[in-house]
Design a protein around this ligand. Sequence first.
Ligand SMILES: Cc1cc2nc3c(=O)[nH]c(=O)nc-3n(C[C@H](O)[C@H](O)[C@H](O)COP(=O)(O)OP(=O)(O)OC[C@H]3O[C@@H](n4cnc5c(N)ncnc54)[C@H](O)[C@@H]3O)c2cc1C
Length: 368
Amino acid sequence: MNCLQCRSGLRAATKSVRYASTSTSTPAISPASKSRNRRWLGILFVGATATATGAYIRQSNDSATLNQETFTKYRLVSREPVSATSSLFTLRPRKFSETNYDVYEEAWATGVWSVMFKQPQLQIGRDYTPLPTTAATGLTIEDENEGCLRFFIRKDPFGEVSRYLHTIDVGADVEMRGPKIECVIPKETENILFIAGGTGIAPALQAGYSLLSRGGKSKIHILWANRLKDDCAGGQSDSLKPVPSRGWFSWFGKRESVPDIVAVRDEDQSLIVRELEALKSQYPGQVTVDYYLDEENTFIGKEAIRASIDSVPASDSDKNNLILVSGPEGFISYMAGPKLWAQGLELQGPLNGVIKELDLKEWGVWKL
Ligand SMILES: Cc1cc2nc3c(=O)[nH]c(=O)nc-3n(C[C@H](O)[C@H](O)[C@H](O)COP(=O)(O)OP(=O)(O)OC[C@H]3O[C@@H](n4cnc5c(N)ncnc54)[C@H](O)[C@@H]3O)c2cc1C
């Protein structure tokens, strides 16, 4: 599916469609001029204008259905700690709507999506990524029918909205707007290598769910880096090749690897590790995950990315094989170069960083 085929729930988002390119020579520019001289990826990006951090948020109404124009009220049903710094949030629409399910389904079928939460006192908004429903969710059929959404949110001790979300009472209202499509996964896509840092795992779960729920034999391999073991407790790497080196969290310079092998083990699985395990069980043989820990000096380096790429059959289209990168700004910059802001739009920017150095042919790259 491409964006122009989306049903009404997402139609408003198609006003500002962007494409990603693997080309490294020029920064992202308008689609019209890009098409003349650059190779295209079949990934579409939508709704960039809504991301403006700190944008003043005034629209509100009594809509029962999640939509892109106005904020819809949800109730915070629960907030379960995942680690010392992050929690799993479950929210249910304040009013029942029969169409919420269709809005979500459309977004799931399209690719990676987010919603914007409003901080009412400051009138600012931030984007967060709904988690897919898996066997590990703990949601009942009623919860799903009633349009519950779940989020994995890290509390930034100095951050306005994440701090607000971690301090409001369970039962309080939270207003959100969306969905905003962050990346369309083309129907031709067969393999995704997802490189995630911290809460960047939420879009990875989405990408896995969106890709695999289409059926077929497609695969996703996730490389997930965290600062602390607490964040991914109990996670066991499938290919188990983390190589100790200095982590991106602490140093952005050149890294030298040493050949020791460190396994990430823990008795208790964190909620997000359970989500990953549930996705694996739901799609046996199609999901693999490798964990990397800054505190254990394991780091997603060139070797890990190269090994993941080499395990996938070569393709002649960059729609078939995709690398998606998601995480804090520094993580994305290190892996694929920074995204750019221009004229109020967040653009992909040229491909740089580790992925450019690897010079991977026929892999589409998208920074989330
Ligand atoms: C598409 C998308 C999806 C996302 N999904 C998720 C998700 O699922 N889970 C999740 O946890 N996050 C997610 N995020 C990140 C989220 O949107 C917020 O950016 C994050 O929660 C921080 O927001 P905040 O308001 O708490 O912090 P902010 O108030 O934005 O502050 C962030 C940091 O910047 C510092 N800062 C702010 N202003 C200044 C200044 N003037 N000078 C110096 N430093 C400053 C603050 O001290 C703080 O440390 C997503 C982001 C995007 C774009």
